[in-house]
Write a protein that binds this ligand. Structure first.
Ligand code: HEM
Length: 403
């Protein structure tokens, strides 16, 4: 067993985010690699399917935010700027271990079951049709993300939670900063804005309850004390952000993969019943979450010949695992008919994505609508640039030509 101290630390910077798959091919054949996030946190990057899956299922790995705080300090790069995330936004289920995790997750699980989500389908179709109408009436060259792929899941999750639509543009701006920016001054503005926004939204809901999830969560916090005020703010934040920052890129990355592969696009047009399988392949091939959120070791953990000591962060590269040739033959080929079961685009284990049924349904409705309404849809002009985030895999803008 050895810890390869001498290996160079991999910076998960712009160079990496522009094409992580190229880097992963080299990493998968070696031991876990020391890596550093843009905000300066050091940890170990796992890239093999078997290792990533084992780590996601390992109950000795923790996500507890209180335990993470001293480690974030300890593993901060010497030249990394100080200042981080607003602590009020961090007390959510993705940052907790059982039993808190179990309690928090139970409060929202029911809203997002396959059956719960099916009841939302007509409304999702209606929102989609409205966006498609607006695009059909507008210019032929558009940014797919701002015209369609972002407003759809954003409208849906805001309606589920009961968020009024007039704040959405500003909300998007600040979530974008919180998710992607590595500048501390950005975070120091965005964090307090978000906390303030959510606290007043909750106050507004308290005085004007509605038939929505936020009202239900407020009632749970008041009636039987299952949710503290701070947990409520963090839960609203997690659902709102997770509900749109990811799905936008399932639609974007999925359409991009199709437009770059005319044979697969033709196959899907010829047989639209392939769509649910196609969505799973888009998730595997170029899923919206490239590296899962941090977890850390609470005791030594061994992957292959490498033992990672207690108190270290692990970065689990879902995007690398989903292209591991030991699990998915010919992994860099888009193949809408391949078996995709076991892909980890939604994670695995107790933190497996709560919103997976909703995301799948939204992506299906969105992609079906786009392909039906715009039979000649094609790539537009302009270079494609990826967002500078090792976690989110998605384009800054996606220029397309509708007709
Ligand atoms: C967790 C991916 C859409 C809510 C996760 C995780 C992944 C993921 C990988 C696990 C992260 C980890 O273990 O570190 C995705 C993708 C989506 C998507 C690829 C779209 C294509 C959604 C939507 C919602 C949502 C629409 C809204 C309801 C959540 C929540 C968690 C989560 C609440 C935390 C679950 C827990 O800690 O138990 N998601 N997600 N996600 N997702 Fe999603």
């Amino acid at each position: 067993m050895s810890i390869p101290d001498s290996e160079q630390v991999l910076r998960l910077d712009e160079d990496f985010t522009s094409d992580p798959y190229r880097v992963y091919d080299d990493l998968r054949v070696g031991p876990p690699r020391r890596a550093v996030f843009p905000r300066g946190t050091r940890g170990w990057l796992l890239t093999r399917y078997a290792d990533v899956r084992a780590a996601l299922a390992d109950p000795t790995l923790s996500k507890d935010v209180a335990g993470a705080a001293p480690l974030l300090e300890k593993h901060r790069d010497a030249d990394a700027p100080e200042g981080g995330f607003a602590p009020e936004l961090a007390a959510h289920m993705l940052n907790t271990d059982p039993p808190d995790h179990t309690r928090l997750r139970k409060l929202v699980n029911r809203a997002f079951t396959v059956r719960g989500v099916e009841s939302m389908r007509p409304r999702v179709e209606e929102i989609t049709a409205g966006l498609l109408d607006a695009m059909a009436a507008g210019p032929a060259d558009v940014d797919l993300l701002s015209a369609f792929a972002f407003p759809l899941p954003m409208t849906v999750i805001c309606e589920v939670l009961g968020v009024p639509d007039h704040d959405r543009d500003e909300f998007r701006k600040w979530t974008g900063v919180l998710v992607s920016s590595s500048k501390p001054e950005d975070l120091q503005t965005a964090g307090p804005w978000m906390v303030q926004y959510l606290v007043s939204l909750i106050a507004e809901k308290r005085s004007h309850p509605g038939p929505d999830l936020l009202t239900a969560l407020i009632e749970a916090s008041e009636d039987d004390d299952r949710l503290s005020e701070n947990e409520l703010v963090a839960m609203a934040f997690l659902l709102l952000v997770a509900g749109h920052e990811t799905t936008v890129n399932l639609v974007g990355n999925g359409l991009l993969a199709l437009l770059r592969d005319p044979d697969q696009l033709a196959a899907l047009r010829a047989d639209p019943s392939l769509l649910p399988a196609a969505v799973e392949e888009f998730l595997r091939y170029d899923g919206p979450v490239n590296i899962a959120s941090f977890r850390y070791t609470t005791q030594p953990v061994t992957f292959g010949d490498t033992t990672i000591p207690e108190g270290e962060f692990l970065f689990l590269a879902l995007g690398a695992a989903n292209r591991d040739p030991d699990r998915f033959p010919d992994p860099d080929r888009l193949d809408l008919t391949r078996p995709t079961s076991g892909h980890m685009a939604f994670g695995h284990g107790i933190h497996y994505c709560v919103g997976a049924p909703l995301a799948r349904m939204e992506a299906e409705v969105a992609l079906r609508g786009l392909l039906e309404r715009f039979p000649d849809i094609a790539l537009g002009d302009g270079e494609l640039r990826y967002r500078n985030s090792p976690i989110i895999r998605g384009l800054e803008e996606f220029p397309i030509r509708l007709r």
